[in-house]
Write a protein that binds this ligand. Structure first.
Ligand code: NAD
Ligand code: UD1
Length: 335
C-alpha cells in the first residue's frame, strides 16, 4: 500500500519513510526542499531496503498533489510539510500561514480530487500552551498559542475537524508530538538545521563537537526540580514507529482524533546536558541566561491514549536519544 509523505525528505518524514517501508508499506515522498536536501533519498532507500520515489513539489499546488496521489495510487497521506521555527514565525507570519495553513488546504483539495480520505497530521504539544496540570492528556485544555507557528497547528487541527464533519468518510489523526530528538542509529539520517540551531539538542551536539563554544541555558529559576525547563523528549525512531501504528489504526476508520506522542516523562535542560556528556564523552560548557520569551516551565505527556488506540509506546530513553544524536553529529562532520 502506497502512502504519500508530504515533507517526506525532512527530519521526521525521512525516519517515518524508513519505518513505513520496514512495516511493509511503500512510502512516496513529496517535498519542496525548502528545509531538506534531495540527497537524503540515498540513505532513505538504503535503510528502507527498497527504492523510494521522491517527488519535488509544493503542497500549495493542489493539482500537483492530485497528480502524484493518482500516479502512485496512494491510499493515505502523512502530512509533515510545513515551516517549524518559532522565532522565524514571529518575524515572517505570512510565510507560516501560507505554508502551514494554505498549504494544508490545497493538500486537502488535492486529496479530495484524488479521492484520498485518510490523513495523519504533524501537530504539536504547543497546542496545550502553558499547562495548568501535568501530565497533559488529550482532554487537557487547549490554550491560545503565543506565536504564529503554534497558531497554524491549532488552525489546521480545527480545519481537519471541520473536514471530517463535512465528509463522514474522512479520517484525520492529529499527532501531537512532544520534543522529537535523536537520529537513526545508523547515523545516516538525522536532524541537520541550517545555521545556528534554535532547539536544545542540535545546539548541545554542536557544543560537544566544538563547533559552538558554549550553551546558554534559558532560565534557572523555573518552578522545576533544578530550576531549568522540563520537556518530554522522544526519540525520532519511536516517533516514526508511532506514525506507522497510527496509520494502521486509521485505515478504515473515520472522524477526527488527536493523540499525544511522547514518552510520558520530563527531563530538565541540566539532565539533558549530563546525558549528552555521558553519551559523547565530551564536555558541554554552559552558562545560565535569562528565560527565553514564550518558553514554559514544564510539559510532558500522558501517552496512554496512543497505547490504548494504536498499541504504541516509546521504547527508547534519553541515553539512546543522546547516543544517536551524537553518532549522527559525528557522521555529519565527516561528510
Ligand atoms: P523538517 O523541516 O525537517 O521537515 C519538513 C519538510 O517539509 C522539509 O523537508 C521541507 O523541505 C518540507 N516543506 C516545507 N514546506 C513545504 C511545502 N510548502 N511543500 C512541500 N514541502 C514542504 O521538520 P520536521 O522536524 O521533520 O517536522 C515535520 C512536521 O512536524 C512539521 O509540520 C513540524 O511543524 C511538526 N513538528 C515538529 C516538531 C519538531 O520538534 N521537529 C515538533 C512538533 C511538530
Ligand atoms: C520548541 C517550540 C515548539 C516546537 C519545538 C520543536 C518554543 C517556545 N517552542 O519547543 O513550539 O514544536 O521547539 O521545533 O520555541 N533551551 C536552552 N538553550 C537553548 C535552547 C533551548 O536552554 O539554546 C531550553 C529551552 O528553554 C527549553 C528546552 O531547552 O526548556 C527545550 O527547548 P527547544 O528544544 O527549543 O524546544 P521547545 O522550546 O520545548
Amino acid at each position: 500500500m502506497r502512502i504519500l509523505l508530504t515533507g517526506g525528505a525532512g527530519f521526521i518524514g525521512s525516519h517515518t519513510a524508513v519505518a513505513l517501508a520496514n512495516a511493509g508499506f511503500e512510502p512516496v515522498l513529496f517535498d519542496n526542499f525548502s528545509n531538506a536536501d534531495p540527497d537524503v533519498i540515498g540513505p532513505i532507500c538504503e535503510l528502507a531496503k527498497q527504492s523510494v520515489p521522491l517527488c519535488h513539489g509544493d503542497i500549495r499546488d493542489a493539482k500537483t498533489v492530485e497528480n502524484v496521489l493518482r500516479t502512485y495510487e496512494c491510499e493515505a497521506v502523512i502530512h509533515f510539510a510545513g515551516l517549524k521555527a518559532v522565532g522565524e514565525s514571529v518575524a515572517k507570519p505570512l510565510d507560516y500561514y501560507d505554508n502551514n495553513v494554505n498549504g494544508t488546504i490545497s493538500l486537502l483539495e488535492g486529496m479530495k480530487a484524488a479521492g484520498v480520505k485518510t490523513l495523519i497530521f504533524s501537530s504539536s504539544s504547543t497546542v496545550y500552551g502553558d499547562p495548568d496540570q501535568l501530565p497533559l492528556t488529550e482532554a487537557s485544555p487547549l490554550k491560545p498559542a503565543t506565536n504564529p507557528y503554534g497558531r497554524t497547528k491549532m488552525m489546521v487541527e480545527e480545519i481537519l475537524s471541520d473536514v471530517t464533519k463535512s465528509d463522514d468518510a474522512f479520517c484525520a489523526v492529529c499527532l501531537r508530538y512532544f520534543n522529537p530528538i535523536g537520529a537513526h542509529p545508523s547515523g545516516l539520517i538525522g536532524e541537520n538545521p541550517n545555521g545556528i540551531p534554535n532547539n536544545l539538542l542540535p545546539y548541545v551536539a554542536r557544543v560537544a563537537s566544538g563547533q559552538l563554544a558554549s550553551l546558554k541555558v534559558f532560565g534557572n529559576d523555573y518552578p522545576t526540580p533544578d530550576g531549568t525547563g522540563v520537556r518530554d523528549y522522544i526519540h525520532v525512531v519511536d516517533l516514526a514507529e508511532g506514525h506507522v501504528k497510527a496509520l494502521q489504526w486509521a485505515l478504515g476508520k473515520t472522524g477526527w482524533t488527536a493523540v499525544n506522542l511522547g514518552c510520558g516523562r520530563g527531563y530538565s535542560v541540566l539532565e539533558v546536558i549530563r546525558a549528552f556528556e555521558k553519551a559523547s564523552g565530551r564536555a558541554v560548557p554552559f552558562t545560565f541566561a535569562p528565560r527565553r520569551d514564550g518558553d514554559i516551565a514544564e510539559n510532558y505527556a500522558d501517552a496512554t491514549l496512543a497505547k490504548t488506540l494504536f498499541g504504541w509506546e516509546a521504547q527508547l530513553g534519553i541515553d539512546e536519544m543522546c547516543r544517536d544524536a551524537w553518532h549522527f553529529e559525528c557522521q555529519r562532520q565527516k561528510d
